[in-house]
Design a protein around this ligand. Sequence first.
Ligand SMILES: [Zn+2]
Ligand SMILES: [Zn+2]
Length: 91
Amino acid sequence: MPVSEELLEILACPMCKGDVEFREKAEFLVCERCDIRYFRERCDIERCRKCSGELKVSEGEVLVCRECSRWYPVIEDIPHMLPDNLREDLC
Ligand SMILES: [Zn+2]
Ligand SMILES: [Zn+2]
């Protein structure tokens, strides 16, 4: 289920407070060991940055900030909007 319009209205980028845009089909590179999802469009990596383990391609949903272009994964309908200093998935 996509993120609702109402929720999108409320959500803002935690870093710049800009509006975010929902994308229903995004490719992620997933490290199952670390439970980290890297947004493939932004992360040109072959191995997990934390454990150097293998990554699996998987489709998912993402929110992208219209102002600063930061991205935030939506996992099981929950937007995960963490500031940079709490993220392990930045490339
Ligand atoms: Zn890993
Ligand atoms: Zn932003």
